[in-house]
Design a protein around this ligand. Structure first.
Ligand code: PAF
Length: 280
């Protein structure tokens, strides 16, 4: 497995791979890799000749300096994991390499970012848009792989690709979960041991709401029940619990026709902010 820190060296390598007619799959990450990332690498390997993974904790998508400071950084372990998973190349640039000058251009994703994460993390999706578009321009992959856990991010990336005309196939891969249902996330390592048993609550409440909505309950009532369920868990502080159209991400009054509804939640467990969703 090749490891690159510079844009120019990675470009040279990828140019020669493209000359050999190799198709390129790309998995952008911020490191602290887990089995969920592993599944993206597996999907990329299955669909491409070559798989590139980027590891870059992108400062411009953090609106909270404390969150950035505590984001786990495990580059050596990440590279070992990627090598074992059969990844071909890692791109691990410094912040200076990615942003020799601060980006001036700003992304505004309109209604897509006025809800949920966008409402609670101002500037977050601008940072995601800037870094993902830069990474796409550097790697120029045929296919890119993202996890469904960051559902709003996938919608924003899809919009950016349409608006900027990226000719890249977008693949959204299912969320991987721990045995108790907790969605795998790089942030999970920061969950305190005494909070860990409660962490699966978020997935349990999402599923309860899904069952109620499918039985005809209104979104408003499902939200009230979810808020009560979170309130009964002393270590959890709910940020939002939204029932939305899967594509527009706008709130819906009730369950949408088959395949159209997403329930998305964000909550603090102690100091760790967790997000999760179910789609149906
Ligand atoms: O999902 C992530 O890890 C990040 O938001 C991404 C897509 C790598 C951009 O920094």
């Amino acid at each position: 497995m090749e490891i690159f820190n510079s844009v120019s060296a990675l470009r040279l390598y990828l140019e020669s791979q493209r000359r050999d007619n190799k198709s390129i799959g790309f998995v952008p990450t911020m490191g602290a890799l887990h089995a969920g990332h592993g599944s993206l690498i597996t999907a990329s390997r299955a669909g491409n000749d070559l798989t590139v993974c980027s590891i870059f904790v992108n400062p411009t998508q953090f609106n909270n300096p404390d969150d950035l400071a505590h984001y786990p950084r495990t580059l050596a372990a990440d590279c070992a994991m990627l090598q074992a998973a059969g990844c071909d190349a890692v791109f691990a640039p410094s912040a200076q390499e990615m942003y020799p000058e601060p980006a001036v251009v700003k992304f505004d994703f309109g209604a897509l970012e006025r809800v949920m994460e966008g409402q609670f993390r101002p500037g977050h999706f601008n940072g995601v848009g800037v870094v993902v578009s830069k990474l796409f321009n550097i790697v120029q992959p045929d296919r890119a792989y993202f996890g469904q856990k960051d559902l709003q991010q996938t919608a924003v990336v899809r919009q950016m690709m349409v608006d900027l005309g990226f000719q890249i196939e977008l693949h959204i891969c299912p969320t991987l979960r721990e045995a108790d249902g907790l969605a795998m996330s790089s942030r999970n390592v920061n969950i305190l041991a005494q909070h860990r048993p409660a962490a699966s609550t978020i997935f349990r409440i999402l599923n309860q709401a899904k069952t109620s909505l499918l039985a005809g309950e209104s979104s408003k009532t499902a939200q009230v029940h979810a808020a009560e369920a979170f309130a009964s868990q002393p270590d959890f502080k709910l940020a939002y619990f939204e029932i939305v159209n899967l594509h527009t991400l706008q709130p819906v009054a009730a369950c949408q026709p088959e395949g159209q509804t997403a329930i998305c939640a964000a909550a603090f467990l102690g100091k760790v902010r967790l997000i999760d969703n179910v789609v149906f």
